[in-house]
Design a protein around this ligand. Structure first.
Ligand SMILES: [Zn+2]
Length: 129
């Protein structure tokens, strides 16, 4: 069943510079998801990453965002962004289904045992070094 959701201009802009395989997964996830989402950030400059680390919003200068191997989403409900945790595993389920279908290995930040990062998806380093 198709969700009928479409990416906004903001999402399309955020997808610029992101690895094609991850973009394909995100597009398919949007078709499969029950919870609409926007792409808030894809590829990051080193300067931006440095400022995020300085602000404590990121912990590493080895971020997959720097190489276009990661993107962040935000749940979109009733015309606004929502950060309620329970929405994110539902979005992740769509990403995982899309990735399996397309044969693309991804990791969800929400599965990380420490510093769980629900909005974050990235290509698996083992397949995409
Ligand atoms: Zn991220």
């Amino acid at each position: 069943m198709a969700s009928g959701f479409r990416f906004s201009k903001r999402s399309e802009h955020a997808l610029a510079g992101v690895h094609d395989d991850l973009v394909r997964v995100a597009r398919r996830a949007l078709e499969l998801t029950e919870v609409d989402f926007v792409v808030t950030e894809g590829r990051r400059t080193e300067a931006r990453q440095r400022s995020l680390v300085a602000a404590g919003a990121s912990r590493t200068m080895r971020s997959r965002h720097l190489t276009g191997h990661a993107l962040d989403v935000a749940a979109w409900v009733d015309g606004g962004v929502r950060w309620d945790w329970p929405l994110y595993p539902r979005i992740a389920a769509a990403f995982k289904a899309a990735a399996a279908e397309l044969g693309v290995a991804i990791r969800w930040g929400g599965d990380w045992p420490r510093f769980r990062d629900g909005p974050h998806f990235e290509l698996d380093r083992r397949s995409y070094p």
